[in-house]
Design a binder for this molecule. Sequence first.
Ligand code: 4AD
Ligand code: MG
Length: 464
Amino acid sequence: MRRTKIADIFKSGKAGETVLVKGWVRTRRGSKQVSFIALNDGSTIINLQIVVDIDKFDEEMLKLITTGACISAEGTLVESQGSGQSVEVQATAIEVLGPCDSTYPLQKKGHTWEFLRDIAHLRPRTNTFGAIFRIRHNMAIAIHKFFHEKGFYYFHTPIITASDCEGAGQMFQVTTQNLYNLQKDENGNIRYDGDFFGKQTSLTVSGQLEGELAATALGAIYTFGPTFRAENSNTPRHLAEFWMIEPEIAFCDLQDLMDLEEEFIKYCVQWALDNCADDLAFLNKMVDNGLIERLKSVVGTEFVRLPYTEGIKILEEAIANGHKFEFPVYWGCDLASEHERYLVETHFKKPVIMIDYPAEIKAFYMKQNADGKTVQGTDVLFPQIGEIIGGSVREENYDKLMKRIEELHIPMKDMWWYLDTRKYGTCPHAGFGLGFERLLLFVTGMANIRDVIPFPRTPGKAEF
Ligand code: 4AD
Ligand code: MG
């Protein structure tokens, strides 16, 4: 007999049918005569109740049906009396596929998030993490669907690279050199000519630069892959390895860019509301009571579009009115998360797209405004999260871009191919990067980014 997934049983199972289900025991309770097993197979957050008449089964086998055990159960679907579900299974045959050792750490409810991170190899078996990882999958599907329907091509950019797109010097080096016997030149600098790639290479912080090459040929592309940053930020919003979605679009100006950013996020959030209802209902009940309301409100709200200079004025007024920030506010400062959250959560009470940042605090590639001070960067700021998207119109003028590269002392030998786009038929273009896990923080209501990626990498942590 073929196995039926539990989600399909709740969708279309009819009383009287015989089914075979396989999954992991969440709980077992009952009396001397009858046992009730709550079975979960990952296809839905909702457990299927298996009713077992104890006299009909082997006592030794039944002893093995404990929390965490893997079993298969065959039986008849009957309308459920007590389990809160539409149907349950009256078991006719049970097999224990994998007994569970009594040291299984997920015995009781109410483990802390920290404890669950330490057993990240098992936490997908909990209701909460099952929900989060199903939502994570659904968000990835939503992203591909959104761009595919808009005619964007999914473009694969390299993970190993010799260029630092963001220029922040936060890269993990990739080498096959013998670290105990590094070859150095007469000045004591490490020689890379004998290294695997013949030059110094690292894990990418962004696929944007290669994305721009593709956008100026295919018109509109997006990347969706892992990115790596060796920033020593122990915050609930930073990972050393995270996934980023980076669309890049030819003939796109600042207005088009902001429209796309807003439409994209709303599409993803609406997708979650439409396709992850059971998981969201669970998270809304167990993790964050305001979650579903917040998701709906974002979909139905027009985002604020705010020049940086005006944002600074609002923050300065707040300080004048007695609001205290940890970090100073002045024109030219890089906004801290507390500033971003004040604007979004206290002042506007909705998402904000901040634009026209001082050039000094943004990357070299952003399009320079006529004022000579600001650039056409866009950060999308979200409630609870702060920055969820960073993007910009790109400087398409060869001379202006070159001047900026020189001012910032960016090594030219690694950039010649990027500059070629500005030499050979340059065009106005723009793009942005969405941090996948930041989106997931918002959609799941979880508070720590370590809890929306299966196996988080953060300073000092690379277990599993
Ligand atoms: O603002 P960032 O650094 O922008 C770029 O990398 C551009 N190249 C994007 C582009 O224009 N194509 O990063 C983009 C987003 C941030 O807004 C944030 O959501 C996320 O990536 N992000 C991180 N997420 C988790 N952990 C980190 N350490 C992150 N750093 C950035
Ligand atoms: Mg940024």
